[in-house]
Design a protein around this ligand. Structure first.
Ligand code: ATP
Length: 442
């Protein structure tokens, strides 16, 4: 199989597994879909929440210098004038006159003709603003026009003054948030890689002008450490050239991941200078200055922005963890246990033996009681089919441990714990199960 066919194959398998096992469904599917939207199912929402939880723990709760916020998606339209998005958040769009396919002019080689039909007959490139316009209030007049946010960043810039007035941080410090962003992408595609509604995890890290280079490098390293911590490898830094950089950035590095469809941006880090705060100060007329108690100076700090797409993290985690064994019969998602949607599955060896089922239910309930509420440790129950099938079904969704209650359990209160990655089984006493899992999740 050539590489391209193999990669397509891998994406197809991931998309199909995601739908079949309740990770991700096509958006508005019963009405024929809505391009560029996807819905997360019962297992998908757990995996996605685990990614967000890990990120929040690491970058907000685990640090003294980063403050979390959760700002409104709808903001005063003046935000987007000041941020430059109204004028600059545009992509060049071309249409093929022959087959009517539409492309981003910067993502295809126009000189080679249409990627769909091969004909070289494009409309001239037109600028297309990617923000979704909407109306606030019942009357659709221009006074109440605004936009769904295309990035979470602006919610943090417009609250800069609130955060310094209420939390009194000293530079360097950051504001972080996780939330939805919306972009009317010209060509959404590659599953959840490029969608019109997605989630971002962003940090605006404010520094003194003289320090920006140092903190840029530090955050770049932090981003790699984060990816590694959730099992994502094969990330390549790409210095973004002047002509490709966003209007606010003086330096950008993209962290590209080896997706099956090519090396593409997973995350980005940008030096946004004082562009945003300065524009908001000018436009709003509000004094947005930081006061340095040591030097008695007032100034607008500079900002480093590490930005992480939640959905692209999700996709990279699936791609990285997908494995086939046993000649393709066994599919395993080798997700790090801390982000696996389900941590342990509990089975009675035989579903028709009442004493086994009763005992297994007791083990299941006790695990649920002691783990789920505190740590989001999710336990599943399965008594369908034979034990081998149940193992395979759990492997496919990345469950790291399967606990089986068998006849020996009734005698000595031990169970088997089967490890997803080694397929080895250990006998553990029921009393020690909680400790066993807690240690392995650390
Ligand atoms: P691209 O070049 O792929 O369009 P971008 O450079 O416009 O991306 P940023 O503005 O830097 O992306 O957005 C920050 C992060 O948000 C990206 O690194 C990515 O993880 C995520 N992201 C951006 N656009 C989308 C999208 N349409 N769908 C899913 N995630 C996205």
């Amino acid at each position: 199989m050539n590489k391209e066919a193999g990669s397509k194959n891998l994406m197809d398998k991931i998309v199909s597994l995601a739908k079949r096992r309740g990770f991700i469904y096509p958006g508005s599917e019963i009405y024929g879909g809505l391009a560029g939207t996807w819905d997360y199912g019962p297992l998908g929402v757990e995996l996605k929440n685990n990614i967000k939880k890990e990120w929040w723990k690491r970058f907000v709760q685990g640090r003294d210098d980063v403050f979390g916020v959760d700002t409104a998606i709808l903001m005063n339209a003046k935000v987007w004038e000041a941020s430059g998005h109204l004028k600059n958040f545009v992509d060049p769009m071309v249409d093929c006159r022959k087959c009517k396919a539409r492309f981003r002019a910067d993502k295809i080689d126009v000189s080679k003709g249409c990627p769909e039909c091969g004909i070289k007959d494009f409309t001239p490139p037109r600028s297309f603003n990617m923000m979704f316009k909407t109306f606030v209030g019942p009357v659709e007049d221009t006074a109440s026009e605004t936009y769904l946010r295309p990035e979470t960043a602006q919610g943090m810039f417009i609250n800069f003054k609130n955060v310094i007035d209420s939390m009194h941080p000293k530079l360097p410090f950051g504001i972080a948030q996780i939330g939805k962003a919306f972009r009317n992408e010209i060509t959404p595609g590659n599953f959840i890689f490029r969608t019109r509604e997605f989630e971002q995890m962003e940090i605006e890290y404010f520094v003194k002008a003289s320090d920006w280079k140092k903190y840029f490098e530090e955050w770049l390293k932090e981003m790699h450490n984060w990816a590694e911590s959730i099992g994502i490898s094969k990330i390549y830094d790409r210095e973004v050239p002047d002509e490709e950089r966003a209007h606010y950035s003086e330096r950008t590095v993209d962290l590209d991941f080896d997706f099956p469809f090519g090396k593409e941006e997973l995350y980005g880090i940008a030096y946004r200078t004082d562009f945003d705060l300065k524009s908001h100060a000018e436009k709003s007329g509000v004094d947005i200055l930081y006061y340095d108690e040591e030097t008695k100076e007032r100034f607008i700090p500079r900002v480093i922005e590490p930005t992480f797409g939640v959905d692209r993290t999700f996709l990279a985690a699936l791609v990285n963890s997908y494995a086939e064994e046993d000649g393709g019969k066994r599919v395993v998602l080798k997700l790090p246990p801390k982000i696996s949607p389900i941590k342990a599955a509990v089975f009675p060896l035989l579903a028709n033996k009442e004493n086994l089922v009763t005992k297994a239910r007791r083990v299941y309930d006790s695990l649920k009681d002691s783990m789920v509420h505190d740590s989001g440790f999710i336990v599943a129950w399965d008594d369908r089919g034979n034990i081998g099938k149940r193992y395979y079904a759990q492997d496919e969704i990345g469950t790291p441990w399967c606990v089986t209650i068998d006849f020996q359990t009734l005698e000595d209160d031990t169970v088997t714990v089967r490890d997803r990655d080694t397929a080895k089984q250990e006998r553990i006493s029921v009393q020690e199960l909680i400790q066993y899992f807690s240690e392995r999740l650390k």
